[in-house]
Design a protein around this ligand. Structure first.
Ligand code: S3P
Length: 427
């Protein structure tokens, strides 16, 4: 993908539906009794992996790709049936980890496997707590990665203190907790995204959240729901950054989910000196949503660490791009888990931005960026990571000259129309 420097971005757009919420609505709809109707569902490659897994597990799911509409005919907590063959989770960590929790509680065996990247991502983080619950879950090749083989077993409730602030780990345990013999709780160092807790409650589960602990009671009766999925702040992030750093820009981003456990990027932009205008606040399916008006403005460096990290973990590559255009130093710490994403995002962000002339250094748990206020076009690689491709596309429009991004079509994982939407603002 070849992208050239642009003068400004102007216009409005509606970003695609939230990926995390779309996955969960299909999964919980499959475990509920009756019809779950999902409007504005994301139907990117990752969410299609979830849909195809649940179809293989015997659930009728009808997809209208044009409308982003999905009908799930759930069969209740014990309605899944033995899949014929391997469950293919593609590139999706969320599918793999959350479904592992569900499959641990079934009376049949299953094998999960994904693409090359997925099958190198760490699964010990779920194998350990699920095994503590009594699950029979093993890494096929003994390397703590997928393929995972899950055999039937009886699950017991546990109180797990997680070493990681990870919504995927938390959700895997909570979902196994649906099938346990008693209450299950998960405590994390800092609160990660809470979509599982909010949505499961909406389906009828007895689940409570107190500070950093979520607790679930087993064997609830989940009932099908009507869900509208709000826009994804992780997709909006690219337009927020582009609007701020490309001089003369004015962008209205409609229908963005701003759940506090996801909206760390907005707080960072404000700490960097940006003024973001929040318009038309509303609540959609239990999630706060609003429109964001973004105008280009000068940014200053910031320190990003600790509690806020889980609320912006997927946005760090694009925050690094903003930091390159800011005045002063930005330090990103406590984000070592970036190495365990679709690519090692410390390495892939730093490598690409260095090629564009940024003053950026990788650290063990993040990166340090000395803003120079400018970047230059270069030959880049997405490393088949959708968030790296989108971050570098924004950097390319803001940089001088021409940038060529290899493997740019991996945006299909979360945002198939990304380049179309981005380029629509240049006209
Ligand atoms: C997600 C949780 C995060 C995030 C991922 C989606 C989710 O991962 O990076 O893109 O939907 O639960 P971790 O839980 O591994 O931090």
């Amino acid at each position: 993908m070849v992208l050239k420097s642009v003068n400004k971005l102007k216009g409005q757009l509606k970003v695609p539906a939230d990926k995390s919420i779309s996955h969960r609505s299909v999964m919980f709809g499959s475990l509920a009794e009756g019809h779950t109707e999902i409007s504005d569902c994301l139907l990117s490659a990752d969410c299609m992996s979830t849909i195809s897994c649940f179809k293989k597990l015997g659930i009728e799911i009808n997809v209208d790709k044009e409308k982003g509409h999905v009908d799930v005919y759930g069969k209740g907590l014990h309605g899944l049936t033995s899949p014929s063959g391997i469950l293919d989770t593609g590139n999706s960590g969320t599918t793999t980890r959350l479904i592992s929790g569900i499959l641990s509680g079934q009376s049949f065996s299953s094998t999960l496997s994904g693409d090359e990247s997925l099958n190198t991502r760490p699964m010990k983080r779920i194998i350990t707590p699920l095994s503590m619950m009594g699950a029979d879950i093993k890494s096929k090749n003994g390397n703590d990665c997928a393929p995972l083989i899950i055999n039937p077993s009886k699950l017991k409730g546990i109180a797990y203190t997680s070493p990681l602030s990870s919504a995927q780990v938390k959700s895997a345990i909570i979902l196994a907790g649906l099938y346990a013999d008693g209450e299950t709780s998960v405590t994390e160092p800092y609160l990660s995204r809470n979509h599982t807790e909010l949505m499961l409650k909406g389906f009828g589960a007895e689940i409570t959240s107190e500070n950093k602990t979520a607790t679930i009671k087993p064997e609830p009766k989940l009932v099908g729901q009507n869900i509208t999925v709000p826009g994804d702040i992780s997709s909006a992030a690219y337009f927020i950054a582009a609007g701020l750093i490309i001089p003369g820009s004015e962008i209205l981003i409609k229908n963005v989910g701003i759940n506090e456990t996801r909206a760390g990027i907005l707080r960072v932009c404000e700490n960097m000196g940006a003024e973001i205008v929040y318009l038309d606040p509303k609540n959609i399916s239990g999630e706060p949503v609003c429109d964001l008006f973004i105008k280009s403005q000068p940014l200053k460096g910031s320190v990003i660490e600790g509690e806020i990290i889980p609320a912006l973990i997927d946005e760090i590559p694009i925050i690094a791009v903003m930091a390159a255009f800011a005045e002063g130093q930005t330090i990103i710490k406590d984000a070592a888990d970036l190495k365990a994403k679709e690519s090692d995002r410390i390495y892939t962000t730093v490598t690409n931005l260095k090629k564009m002339g940024a003053d950026i250094t990788a650290t063990d748990d993040g990166m340090i960026i000395n803003g120079t206020g400018a970047l230059k076009g270069a030959a880049l690689d997405s490393f088949a990571d959708h968030r790296i491709a989108m971050s570098m596309a924004v950097a390319a429009l803001a940089a001088e000259g021409t940038t060529d991004i290899e493997n740019a079509d991996c945006v299909n994982i979360s945002y198939p129309n990304f380049y179309k939407d981005l380029l629509s603002l240049t006209k």
